[in-house]
Write a protein that binds this ligand. Structure first.
Ligand code: 13P
Length: 261
């Protein structure tokens, strides 16, 4: 059985102060939820939070030994050098990050990241030993013109070019985030989300083999809330959720986690 993976992408919310407030109370809430800590101990569940890069160190220091994984939302693919404003995978490792989001639709659409850039970042992240949450998802126009599957296929296969297949299921998590469902309050229904997540798993199976595909963690993201989480997680090919807005409040994020049990 694949573990459940529940992740909060804070986007550009919560500086170090907001992070301190959240993490200290969230750790308390987590540790008193015996079902949650039991599921984590038994390796049936993982919880990850992706704060803005300036708040990562604060989150890591404050969570101490609590079973929360901390990741970054972005990085550059070079190790170091004259790249003003950027941070590298090895710097993230140095402060204790274990995870990274790569290819989020906001990076693709606002910051014009191409599949080629995403491939370079994914390669660097994998080489540094970070676990990558690789995001793929179609625009509303793609869906309307029945291009969802071709867009997903290109995003996925281009991103994974040259990656050692043996590490794919251990070091890469795929998040299906339809762009039209992000921050809009419109969710893909669980049937549509399952259809694409199953397509993703089949693609991985065709490209890299069934064993790798069966171990792969696939997430859904886009307007996930406490009251719709369970509907996604009962689907065969959805192993978790990548949550934006609803991960910013402790109660809603805790209720999403509890819905995964
Ligand atoms: P929302 O949950 O706010 O729609 O954001 C989803 C997302 O982009 C997570 O990466």
């Amino acid at each position: 059985m694949r573990k459940k993976f529940i992740a909060g992408n804070w986007k550009m919310f919560k500086g170090p102060e907001g992070t301190s407030e959240f993490i200290s109370r969230f750790v308390d809430e987590l540790l008193i939820s015996k079902n949650v800590t039991k599921a984590i101990d038994e390796k049936k569940l993982e919880i990850a939070i992706f704060p803005p890069s300036i708040s990562i160190t604060r989150a890591i220091e404050l969570k101490t030994n609590a079973p929360i994984l901390i990741g970054a939302q972005n990085m550059y693919w070079q190790e170091n050098g004259a790249f003003t404003g950027e941070i590298s995978a090895s710097m993230l490792k140095e402060v204790g990050c274990t995870h990274i989001i790569i290819g989020h639709s906001e990076r693709r659409n606002i910051f014009l990241e191409t599949n080629d850039i995403i491939n370079k970042k994914l390669t660097a992240a994998v080489n540094a030993g970070l676990v990558s949450v690789l995001c793929v998802g179609e625009l509303l126009d793609d869906r309307k013109s029945a291009n969802t599957f071709s867009v997903i296929k290109k995003q996925l296969l281009d991103a994974l070019k040259g990656i050692n297949p043996q590490i794919i299921s251990d070091k890469i998590i795929i998040a299906y985030e339809p762009v039209w469902a992000i921050g809009t309050g419109i969710t893909a229904n669980n049937i549509d989300a399952q259809e694409v997540c199953s397509y993703i798993r089949n693609l991985i199976s065709e490209a890299f083999g069934e064993k790798i595909a069966n171990k792969l963690i696939v997430l859904y993201g886009g307007s996930v809330k406490p009251n719709n989480t369970a509907s996604f997680l009962i689907e065969n090919d959805i192993d978790g959720v990548l949550v934006g807005g609803a991960s910013l409040e402790i109660d809603s994020f805790m209720n999403i986690i509890k819905a995964a049990l």
